[in-house]
Each structure stands twice: as C-alpha cells, then as structure tokens.
Write a protein that binds this ligand. Structure first.
Ligand SMILES: *Cc1c(COP(=O)(O)O)cnc(C)c1O
Length: 364
C-alpha cells in the first residue's frame, strides 16, 4: 500500500522535523528549559497572528479555545452576535447558549460569508451586544470571511470581535492588530502543521476588561489565572509540553519562510487545486472560497462518503466529506500547511479515477 496522504482539513500532515521533536524525552514545565521554549513559541505565535498582545497556550483541542473565548468575554444574560456561516459558527451559538448567553445568530447561505452589511444591521439592531463571534475560515463549508471588513465595523462600536482562526491561521491572511480583531483563537493541528492538543488565545486591550469582569463559570479557562502565571513565564496547569515543543518547530519554519510567502504559496496551491477540480468537471461548493481548503460538489447520484471510503481503501489517501447537511454531498480537499503540490496531484488523480470507476462523469 502507498504511503498515507492526509488531505483532510485537520489534522493535517506534519513535517518530519516536527515529528522528531515530539519524540524527545519529556521535560518538567517548572524549569528554565521549558520557560525558554514557552517564551519562544509565544513570540512565534504572536508573529503569525500579527499581534503585540500576549498569547495564552491551552492544553485542549480548538473547541476548548472557543469555549475559553466565550466564558472570558461573555457573562450569563449578555447578548452576543454570532456570524454563523457554517458548522463552526453554529458551535459558537451552542457554547454561548450553554453558558446562558443570548446568542443572536446572523446566518448566511452555507458556502457564503455573512455580508458585512448584515453585521452592520445586526449591530444597529442589537446595540447592547457585547461581542461579535466570527469564523475566519469555516472548514465545514470551505468559505473564508471578510475579517478585515468585520474588524472595521466592530471597531466603531463598543463590541469586541472574536475570530475563530483554528483552520485559517498560517494559511489564510489574518493580521490581528491591524485588522482590529479583539480575540483570536487557533489550534496546532491545521495550518500550523503539528499534532492536535494545543490551542491558543490572544486578547486585545479593548477586550481585556471583559475578561476581568466576566461572571461566567470558569476555572480551567480563566485567563486571569493564566495572566498571573505569565509573570513568571509559566502556565497555571501542566502544559501540553511535547506538542508545544513540536509545534514550535513548525512555527519556526513558517517564521523563517515569512508569513507573507506562506500566504502566497497557499493561495497558489488553492488555485491549482480548484483548476484541477474544474478541469475534471466538478463544481466548487463555496461562493467565498478559502485559501486553505476547497469543497467540490460530487456528481448527482454519488454519495461522497462512499467515494471517500473507496479512495482511502485503494490509494490510502484521506479526503474529507461534508458535515451535517452537506454529508454525502461534497468532498473537501485541504491545501494548507505541509500539504504539497505532489500530494494534491495524487489526491485529485485518485478522485478522478474513483469517480470514473463508479461510472459517473465528474460533472454534476
Ligand atoms: C477544526 C475546527 C474547529 C474545532 O477544532 P477541534 O480541534 O476539533 O476542537 C473549530 N473551528 C474551526 C474553524 C475548525 O476548523
């Protein structure tokens, strides 16, 4: 069987030098050795985020960082606007609701971003909204949001802008400070080319008073405790030591290349993937497509879950299907992080051959 190729939008493939770092003997976290790594990784994340603000590391998957943002920014009874453009936007609605926050969802058609004019309207109708929750790239619908525009709009109000950049960071353009993003969260296993289990959050000066004032129940996610421990270059609880070390190796490589260059390469690979799919006769799913992954409709009469299974069995290549209401209907091909052009070639070829075998033309 051929070597496994991951074209799924998280976890994504991991470079060998990052994998090697993960296998190093464990060190203790209350040491100077760890503090040095802790300092360096935070600097690297700040560089990629485009922020001067502090970055807090969380031992969790991305959803933990989403919950961390919710409980530190909102209190029970508060109102928050959620720009829900896919399954991950809906996840914010669920988390906020679980904590007794009144989540006002502004929805778009899946595959399209919520229009900035819709955000303006929602803010006018809900002047008491404390925060606006958005998704940088909603991995479920393969779309990218106009975060810069959202930032301009929210900056004029008292509300703060929360951005879920879990799949977008390190692939899709984002400049936290320049674009007026107040809270940005991300995780290790997508564009940042590392194993799952490490998440990040950064909070602007505008949003920090909300962290101090939040009345939501919180302990593990309480950023006030994290901030206190930061004074001595430590985390309050046992950090994800091995994943921090290994993620840092991937982040170093992004920094060495330069984030602008990474954005450019990701954009090019996105175009390359889309062109291959279109040439095969497939149609793109998203009207506002992301640079980090592409969704294609599968031809009428084909169940994309079965298609994906066949591709994994025969080629050992993993492609993602649709989530929730898109289950069976689309395929999603990631082209972020350590996914190379040669991987895309093999994946798209396997897709075309399998569709052929299933005796359906690739067009819909
Ligand atoms: C993957 C993803 C999440 C969830 O992350 P987990 O690590 O699975 O908890 C949230 N938001 C977006 C946009 C994602 O791509």
């Amino acid at each position: 069987m051929d070597k496994q190729i991951l074209l799924t939008p998280g976890p994504t493939p991991i470079p060998p030098e990052t994998l090697a770092e993960e296998g190093l003997p464990i060190i203790h976290h209350r040491t100077r050795e760890f503090s040095k790594i802790f300092d360096e990784i935070r600097e690297n994340v700040k560089y990629i985020l485009g922020t001067q603000r502090e970055v807090y590391l969380l031992a969790s998957s991305g959803t933990g960082a989403m919950e961390c943002a919710c409980v530190n920014i909102c209190s029970p009874g508060d109102k928050a606007i959620v720009l829900a453009a896919g399954a991950f936007g809906e996840r914010f609605v669920k988390i906020l609701t679980a904590y007794g926050v009144n989540a006002v969802a502004v929805r778009s058609e899946w595959g399209s971003a919520v229009a900035p004019s819709e955000l303006e309207k929602a803010l006018k109708e809900n002047p008491d909204a404390k925060a606006v929750f958005s998704t940088h790239t909603d991995t479920s619908t393969t779309m990218a949001s106009p975060i810069q525009k959202y930032g301009e709009i929210v900056a004029k109000t008292n509300a703060v802008l929360v951005v879920d950049a879990i799949s977008g960071l390190g692939g899709q353009e984002l400049y936290m400070d320049k674009w007026n993003c107040d809270v940005v969260i991300s995780a290790s296993q997508k564009g940042l080319m590392a194993a799952p289990g490490l998440a990040f959050i950064s909070v602007s000066a505008k949003a920090w008073p909300l962290v101090q004032a939040s009345k939501s129940p919180r302990f593990y996610w309480d950023l006030r405790i994290a901030e206190k421990f930061m004074e001595s270059g430590q985390t309050p609880f046992t950090p994800a030591i091995s994943i921090i070390r290994s993620t840092n190796v991937s982040l170093r490589s992004i920094r060495k290349k330069g984030i602008e260059k990474v954005y450019e390469e990701t954009r090019e690979l996105a175009k390359y993937t889309r062109d291959l799919g279109l040439k095969m006769g497939m149609k793109m799913f998203a009207k506002d497509p992301a640079d980090v992954l592409t969704g294609f409709w599968v031809p009428e009469g084909v169940d994309s879950e079965k298609l994906i299974e066949k591709i994994v069995d025969k080629y050992n290549i993993s492609i993602a299907g649709g989530q929730e209401k898109l289950k069976g209907k689309i395929v999603r091909v990631a082209h972020m992080g350590y996914i190379l052009k040669s991987d895309i070639d093999k994946g798209m070829k396997a897709l075309a051959e399998t569709l052929n075998e299933m005796k359906v033309p690739a067009g819909r």
